[in-house]
Design a protein around this ligand. Structure first.
Ligand code: FEO
Length: 399
């Protein structure tokens, strides 16, 4: 059975939801699922904007066929060629062999790399090109590295709809609710939107800034992303989040304590630290066990909060592997503008602190507090005094 939603006059959502996939990109947990959005414009010409992941292709074809109701499909606009959106291109070609695919030179190159035979279907466009489909005239805007190099977004000049590719997307399946004002986004969606942005697009802040600058010059009435809800009002809310995330500015003053603990002593120290911070009035504190909390969540909270405490046991004279993995992700995603405090633990040769310091020295715009804590097996009077100094330093820097 078809499952479609009207977006606005002439335009329909024809995508699909996947609640069975456990790991997005085979790495990020998605307990709330994910939607793959595609949109069909019924004008004098019929136009599909992007396709969907293979997992929901059957539903997708049913949706498209229902709305076209026997009419041919004239155009397929591919804004982004990553397989979660481009996988069903060949299936569309099978059903609609006369379709013309509109996309960028790089996207066509990637299509060929994935083995798609699109010869005879290609119409290459670049920044500023326009296309008329009847009533609707669109223009194409390049959006490189948001989040692949071939990406573009398409703006419908006639009705102000922005087909935004991965930008403004989120993890989470739609469950019938398509628009931002049909959900409580700030309560139910923002954490997944942040986790999606920071882990998928987070590395490319300057490119997102460039796209936001372009978006500021057009009159947007609707934002249609490739994942998650369609935005039809309250744009300031999501634009502000994107602006902060892409400038690597924290959303909130607060502290994430990420600890790596083998037998519970570093965990205990992390909890003492959290307690002392809260006692000093710093209540925006979260404590995460890096062995239990997925790194994608650690990254999301790293983007959200201003301060990070890394509390880490020494392991094989090095940084505990799971903590190291988190640090590598921070670096890969270009995290900056954060204040970091270091607590190390070791039973005979505590080393994780100096190694973490060294790692952070290799990153840009990270302030490491001088007040560090070195624990020998478990928190004692000496390390407790060091911790008091660290707490004071964190409180001072939060002012
Ligand atoms: Fe949702 Fe970059 O793909």
């Amino acid at each position: 059975m078809y499952c479609v939603r009207k977006v606005i006059d002439d335009l329909y959502w024809v995508g699909g939801n996947d609640n069975r996939l456990a790991l997005f990109e085979n790495i990020h947990p998605i307990p709330r699922g994910v939607s793959y959005n595609s949109y069909l414009l019924l004008d004098k010409k019929t136009v599909l904007f992007d396709t969907v992941d293979w997992s929901v292709c059957r539903q997708y074809i049913e949706n498209v066929k229902y709305l076209l109701n026997g009419k041919p499909l004239d155009y397929l606009v591919i804004n982004h060629m990553e397989p979660d959106h481009g996988a069903s291109i060949e299936e569309i070609l099978l059903h609609y062999p006369n379709v013309t695919i509109i996309s960028t030179e790089k996207a066509f190159m990637i299509m060929r790399q994935f083995g798609f035979n699109v010869d005879g279907h290609m119409k290459e466009v670049k920044e500023g090109d326009t296309e008329s489909f009847g009533k609707h005239k669109v223009t194409f805007v390049s959006a490189p590295m948001v989040h692949w190099p071939e990406a573009m977004v398409t703006y419908d000049i006639t009705n102000g709809v922005l087909f935004a590719a991965d930008a403004f997307g989120s993890f989470g399946s739609l469950g019938g609710k398509l628009f931002n004002d049909e959900v409580n986004f700030d309560r139910d969606w923002i954490d997944d939107a942040r986790r999606y942005y920071t882990n998928i697009v987070g590395k490319y802040g300057p490119h997102v800034q460039a796209l936001l600058k372009k978006a500021g010059t057009i009159d947007i009435k609707l934002i249609c992303p490739l994942h998650g809800p369609v935005w039809r009002n309250n744009f300031g809310y999501i634009l502000d989040k994107y602006d902060k995330w892409s400038r690597y500015e924290p959303e909130e003053k607060g502290v994430m304590i990420a600890y790596a603990s083998m037998y519970g002593n570093t965990e205990a120290a992390a909890n003492v630290l959290a307690t002392r911070l809260v006692e000093k009035g710093i209540t925006n504190v979260v404590v995460h066990d890096v062995s239990k909390v997925h790194v994608s969540q650690l990254i999301a909270d790293t983007f959200k909060l201003s301060h990070i405490v890394l509390a880490c046991v020494t392991y094989n004279l090095g940084i505990y592997p799971v903590m190291h993995n988190y640090l590598m992700d921070m670096k890969a995603l270009n995290v900056k503008k954060r204040t970091v405090a270091i607590l190390e633990n070791g039973s005979w040769a505590p080393k994780s602190g100096s190694l973490i310091q060294e790692f952070l020295d290799g990153m840009k715009e990270i302030t490491v507090l001088n007040e560090q804590v070195s624990v020998l097996s478990s928190l004692d009077e000496n390390s407790s005094t060091q911790m008091d100094a660290m707490v004071d330093s964190i409180v001072d820097s939060l002012k």
